[in-house]
Write a new protein. Structure first.
Lengths: 96, 344
């Protein structure tokens, strides 16, 4: 499912506007997203989470994301990745 | 924030008096954040998930023209006219999206506008409303996102505008820092949030009514930023040339129930994590009665104060004016005073 689409978000015929595909990144890791045609979703490879596109509107709220079932080709567990990136974010956002 | 914690404590106390063994369990069930331990390191005040639902509901309830929201949006957008700079790419966050879009009228020379809200229904509503405003040449795109986790590439925007949304974020400095990072150098951050004076009448009426009917109080109204905090927030988020100003609106309603109705239509009802999910009819009516007896005007209407804090900040850029290094002056202030200050 993941390996099926190699296209990057930028050159994908994703139906998203050019502006969106240029500026959207993963909300947690701030890394680029990839459009997956099969599931009509945006995939953040860095943390292994896919975000759905509903009615042509990408939903990038972290709780909307679904952790991908990464089998062999990726050793990072999605949960760990999310946790670490949230912590990273908290560090960036200044201490409380 | 301090007021919230004291409120919580007093509500706890009142509960422990009556039902000691269950009190802690009960208050735990009010918290919905135990499902994900991911964010537990942060302070959570607001139930973001519930806030989303409220915005969904507000999308259905919303009046086509809300004079309070329109005034705030108009006031906020008016600031764009004060800038000589143009803002080709803009991101509009949260809160009152639709009003901002409707009232934009080509200000700021925006070419590409991205509308973002946490509520899917709200975004859809804006998209459907878009057909009415096709005359302007603004390429508008839509997405659902969380202000606390801004899904926007670094240095990609010229303007971030947020109308009455950011006061619901748990991590306001974090959200502002993310907005700053998303801005290009010399990009503008414009936000309107509700300030601490907002709904003070309702706050008092709720407290009095709850004390009277239930013998304790629970937080009914969110803790809000004070004006002095707003400047600190901007500086802390690293914005240069910070500017803060305040507007106070007094809106008159026929009764307290109409006020709550209006709040609901704006999606501004209680979304605190520690909110009491039960509201007794008796308490609600008592609140309305107390509101009426304490604050009603002669003509029978009741006033509600809304304090709006407008925040302006820019992302750093070498072209911006800044203070010179200390001790670098070559002319003394006394000489300047002698030269120019004689008339004053």
């Amino acid at each position: 499912m993941v390996r099926g689409s190699i296209k990057l978000l930028k050159d994908a015929g994703s139906g998203l506007s050019k502006t969106l595909s240029e500026i959207l990144v993963c909300p947690l890791s701030k890394q680029p997203l990839r459009f997956c045609e099969e599931t009509n979703s945006l995939v953040s490879d860095s943390i292994g989470v896919s975000f759905p596109i509903k009615d042509g509107i990408p939903c990038l709220v972290p709780t909307d994301g679904k952790a991908l079932d990464l089998e062999a080709d990726n050793t990072i567990k999605p949960e760990d990745a999310v946790t670490s990136s949230v912590e990273h974010e908290a560090d960036r956002g200044g201490s409380h | 924030m301090r007021s919230l914690s004291s409120l919580c404590r007093s509500s706890w106390l009142s509960r422990t008096r009556r039902e000691a063994p269950h009190s802690i369990l009960f208050s735990k069930t009010l918290c919905t954040d135990n499902s994900d331990g991911v964010q537990s390191s942060r302070i959570k005040i607001f139930d973001r998930h519930f806030r989303r639902k409220q915005l969904d509901r507000a999308a259905w309830l919303m009046r086509s023209k809300d004079s309070f929201v329109d005034t705030v949006a108009e006031n906020l957008l008016d600031r764009l006219e004060d800038c000589k700079k143009t803002f080709p790419t803009a991101l509009c966050l949260g809160g009152s999206l639709e009003a901002v879009r409707r009232l934009l009228r080509g200000r700021g020379a925006i070419e590409r506008l991205i509308m973002m809200s946490t509520s899917h229904d709200m975004v859809k509503l804006c998209r459907d409303a878009e057909h009415g405003i096709q005359s302007e040449n603004i390429e508008t795109s839509f997405m659902v996102g969380d202000e606390e986790f801004l899904p926007v590439k670094e240095s990609s925007l010229d303007l971030v505008i947020s109308c009455l949304g950011l006061h619901w974020t748990n991590d306001l400095p974090g959200a502002m820092i993310q907005s700053r990072l998303a801005l290009k150098p010399d990009g503008l951050f414009l936000a309107a949030i509700l300030g601490g004076e907002t709904l003070k009448e309702l706050r008092i009426a709720c407290t009095v009514a709850q004390m009277e009917r239930e013998g304790g109080i629970s937080p009914r109204i969110s803790p809000l930023a004070q004006v002095r905090d707003a400047g600190n927030l901007l500086t802390r988020a690293g914005f240069s040339l910070p500017g803060v100003d305040v507007d106070e609106f007094v809106v008159r309603y026929p009764s307290a129930l109409d006020l709550v109705e209006h709040l609901r239509a704006m999606g501004e009802t209680n979304a605190l994590l520690q909110r009491n999910t039960i509201l007794k009819r008796e308490t609600a009516l008592a609140t309305a009665a107390i509101y009426d007896s304490m604050f009603a005007a002669e003509d029978g209407t009741i006033p509600a104060t809304f304090q709006v804090i407008y925040m302006t900040g820019w992302r750093d850029h070498p072209s911006q004016q800044r203070a010179k290094r200390r001790g670098s002056a070559t002319v003394s202030f006394q000489d300047i005073h002698k030269q120019f200050g004689s008339e004053s």
